[in-house]
Design a binder for this molecule. Structure first.
Ligand code: GLU
Length: 443
């Protein structure tokens, strides 16, 4: 079998949608798996949108994700003369005609004439697809302003690049029938096609900007790691068939096949991507990981010393799924200025009977011989039992009082890391604040 050649053929717009970059990933994996070539063609004929800056954004996204291409990229805009020459050949061979569409006499366009037979092909994902001659209409290939249209340019460039496998989004299925007719009229071999399932949101609608982050740059800015995004997108419509999810690039290349691509839509799931990102974060070399957390803390005006940060990360690590969440999730470890969840506070702290219990607990913890998670827990439970209160009431109240939030790591490990001084100070502050509120209500 001759060499497999795939290509990614985006139209740069300044943003790179994850649906598009996933197409690149599948082409890349297929080429790497088969020992073929992965090519890049920039379909930049829309002068308004495909600016040099838009092309740069695209190339940066590919480089960030490690999607390297094997030959110099082909810029479609440079091929205009070749596209027009081919249109002339189609006119000469009778496959196309000039038409004055508007009947205004202002200019003629060139129309490709469909062959008048049914067209079918074996899609490598969707199976056999067929369209009746009656549903295949003639179409414009060069507009009256002299501009070659997408279909003509796309097919000619695939011929020029020797593309053997066209792997693209299934929004192009309808175009494929026309493209096949063009390949045949041009006397070129028809490539194999694989149309990838759409990426959809929870409601089954095409995933868009309105559903959340949708562009590669947004994921990068949010702190998602390139390897995690790559791995996640590779599994959006493909699976190795053995339930594996976290895979290195080498493993993905080895396992990739178009047989493993599903035909039904693939649902984008941010929670899963974050889980995966957390897993990739954990696998980073320790210094790199520490640095990622530190950068976010510093960007938010916090600057803990590394030893302190390491202690905090020991209890928080599994909860932080992306570096850019570090400050938001750990601020209370490093500063007394942190947000307090008012509703949870009213429910958990400003509640009859809780204040005296907190006060008693503070007294006992102040005298505790040892400040460890285990001893703090034993003392809290003993206090709750003596005061005949559920331990959970005290646990919730203490958590709110020292961190301001009902969510977080195991309370006692957190108290140990926070240290005696901070915990006692915050308990005191909470008791004061809550009694001031209840006094004002009594009066
Ligand atoms: N520029 C087209 C797109 O981005 C290319 C389609 C194709 O891959 O053939 O949708």
């Amino acid at each position: 079998m001759s060499e497999i050649r795939t290509r990614f053929a985006p139209s740069p717009t300044g943003h790179v949608h994850i649906g598009n970059i996933r197409v690149a990933i599948f082409n890349w994996l297929f080429a790497r798996h088969t020992g073929g070539r992965f090519l890049l063609r920039i379909e930049d004929t829309d002068q308004q949108r495909s600016t040099p800056a838009a092309c740069r954004t695209l190339i940066e996204a590919m480089e960030w994700l490690g999607l390297n291409w094997d030959e110099p990229p082909l810029y479609q805009s440079a091929r205009r003369e070749a596209h027009l020459a081919a249109a002339e050949r189609l006119l000469a061979s009778g496959h196309a005609v000039r038409e004055d569409k508007g009947g205004t006499g202002r200019g003629e366009c060139i129309v490709f004439r469909m062959p008048g037979c049914d067209i079918e092909f074996d899609d490598l994902v969707k199976g056999r697809l067929r369209k009746a001659a009656a549903d295949l209409k003639d179409f414009v290939i060069v507009r009256s302003d002299g501009h070659p249209v997408f279909h003509l340019a796309n097919v000619l460039d695939d011929i020029e690049m020797g593309v053997t496998h066209v792997i693209r989004g299934d929004d192009h299925v309808e175009n494929t029938f026309r493209h096949i007719a063009l390949f045949r009229a041009l006397g070129a071999p028809v490539p194999r096609y694989a149309h990838l399932p759409m990426i959809v949101n929870a409601q089954g609608k095409p995933y868009s900007k309105r559903d959340g982050d949708a562009y590669v740059g947004e994921f990068r800015d949010r702190g998602i790691l390139a390897d995690a995004l790559f791995n996640y997108l590779a599994l959006l419509g493909w699976s190795p068939g053995d339930g594996r999810e976290l895979m290195t690039r080498t493993e993905m290349i080895e396992a990739f096949s178009l047989d493993g691509v599903q035909a039904s839509p693939a649902r984008f799931d941010m929670t899963k991507l974050l889980w995966m990102n957390g897993e990739y974060m954990r696998r980073l070399p320790p210094m790199e990981r520490l640095d990622g957390h530190l950068r976010d803390l510093r960007a938010h005006g916090l600057d803990p010393d590394p030893a302190e940060l390491l202690r905090v990360l020991e209890v928080m690590q599994d909860r932080i799924k992306v570096f850019s969440d570090t400050a938001a999730q750990t601020r209370y470890f490093f500063s007394d200025e942190y947000p307090v969840d008012a509703a949870a506070w009213r429910k958990r702290v400003a509640r009859p009977g809780v204040l005296p219990a907190l006060d008693e607990l503070r007294r006992r913890w102040a005298e505790a011989g040892e400040w460890s998670a285990a001893s703090l827990e034993a003392m809290l439970k003993a206090t709750a039992a003596e005061l005949q209160r559920p331990a959970a009431d005290l646990i919730h109240a203490v958590r709110l009082a020292v961190s301001g939030t009902p969510a977080g790591p195991g309370l006692f490990a957190m108290l140990e890391v926070l240290g005696r001084d901070r915990v006692l100070r915050r308990l005191g502050r909470a008791i004061e604040r809550a009694s001031a509120v209840s006094a004002s209500h009594d009066g």
